[in-house]
Design a protein around this ligand. Structure first.
Ligand code: NAD
Length: 378
């Protein structure tokens, strides 16, 4: 069966859905892998590398002749329309925001798998692209902050005097937040963190951070996710967080609630209460923002309340794509592992009795199988 690897179409996307390493894994499954020329160029893989790994490199994929298609960003409508009935696709699909494409995939009889829908269970960890890409984003947040902060992260005791460590506050301790804590600790900062899920306290401590316990009811939902706080509780959380935000040199926010706009954790006033030169990185800027006034892909300066300077608010955008080599290394393994789960003797044949395959399937045989998306389309 022919598996096509896309040269990503969306502006600014630098990752790729297969690396030479995963091409070996995929050809080992008996698949014929066709890579679009220059698909891996930003991730550090030239066409020759793919050839040597056993792929065929083509100028442009003929989408209509593929049996399977792997991609990073959600398909654009013309791509979805060009795939033939029965083609299996694997990649990120953003079902809630790409409804027209989902409709097209279903109507065209494409069997599409959305990596966002892979169940968060132990057996599926090697296919969990949300986690692998959140890891990259969490690491990146800290570097973005460190480069903008007009001071060191670590403690230095030198003949010329002692430099105290930077204080980093992380709000939202899922996969990205934990990586942010780990990275900031490795750089030598003093790190504290808060999340509304009580189980996150132990994880913060195990990464060397200090958990900030707020006098606030917790909000853990099934599957280890957070529940949305009521408006009153949200306001109370912001009030309780304000003194911690004011003390931080660096604030990193990564809070999310599945299927909802990102919760607002930090108001403009709270940012303006920080010291001049402080840096805020909002990883949720693209999904509504945890910080009032953050803009995706932009640095915004907020004058401090004391009139002595400004705080830089960084709205991160496409964070994993900014580190295409390692983001692709992990993403491509997620894709290959999911394909391996549904490939027998060179044939991609999903078994819908498998929970992981059934859970990750977005469309099949003309039907939108993911219930919330089907309801949104109804
Ligand atoms: P996410 O991206 O959905 O959210 C990020 C964090 O924001 C979460 O920790 C959430 O509790 C927090 N949050 C939401 N509202 C908040 C608020 N008002 N204030 C502070 N924090 C708030 O989370 P994620 O990274 O996808 O991880 C969610 C959970 O899934 C975690 O418990 C994680 O350990 C678990 N997980 C399990 C597996 C697995 O078993 N395979 C894989 C990945 C993640």
């Amino acid at each position: 069966m022919k598996l096509g690897i896309a040269r990503e179409r969306r502006e600014g996307e630098r990752r790729v859905a297969a690396t030479p390493e995963t091409v070996k894994q995929l050809t080992g499954l008996g698949l014929e892998v066709l890579v679009e020329s220059r698909a891996g160029i930003f991730a550090g893989h030239g066409d020759d590398d793919y050839l040597q790994a056993g792929a065929m490199v083509v100028q442009d994929l003929d989408l209509g002749e593929l049996d399977a298609y792997a991609h990073v960003r959600p398909l654009e409508l013309p791509t979805a329309a060009a795939l033939r009935r029965g083609t299996v696709t694997v990649g990120l699909a953003s079902p809630s925001s790409e409804l027209a494409t989902v409709r097209e995939l279903a109507d065209g009889g494409v069997t599409s798998f959305a990596l966002e829908l892979v169940p968060r269970i132990s057996r599926a960890q090697s296919m969990d692209a949300l986690s692998s890409q959140a890891l990259v984003a969490g690491y990146r947040c800290v570097l973005e902050a460190a480069i903008r902060l007009p001071r060191f992260f670590p403690l230095y005791m030198t003949a010329a005097g002692t430099v105290p460590p930077a204080r980093v506050l992380v709000l939202g301790v899922g996969v990205a937040g934990l990586q942010a804590i780990g990275t900031a600790k490795r750089l030598g900062a003093r790190v504290s963190a808060n999340d509304i899920r009580p189980s996150s306290a132990e994880e913060v401590t195990s990464m060397g951070g200090t958990f900030i316990k707020l006098d606030l009811e917790t909000a853990e939902a099934s599957g280890g996710y957070a529940r949305e706080l009521s408006a009153d509780r949200g306001a109370l959380q912001r009030r309780l967080l304000a003194p911690h935000v004011a003390e931080a040199d660096v604030l990193i926010t990564t809070a999310a609630v599945p299927g909802r706009r990102a919760p607002l954790l930090v108001t403009r006033e709270m940012v303006q209460g920080m010291r001049p030169g402080s840096v805020v990185v909002d990883l949720a800027a693209e999904s509504g923002g945890n910080v009032e006034g953050s803009l995706p892909g932009r640095d915004v300066q907020f004058p401090t309340a004391d009139g002595r300077g400004a705080v830089t608010v960084v709205g991160l955008k496409d964070a994993p794509s900014a580190m295409p080599t390692d983001a692709s290394r992990l993403y491509a393994k997620n894709v290959a592992n999911l394909l391996a789960l549904m490939t027998r003797d060179g044939t991609v044949a999903p078994d819908f009795d498998d929970d992981v395959i059934a859970g990750a399937c977005l469309t099949h045989d003309g039907v939108v199988r993911h219930q919330p998306t089907a309801e949104a389309l109804a």
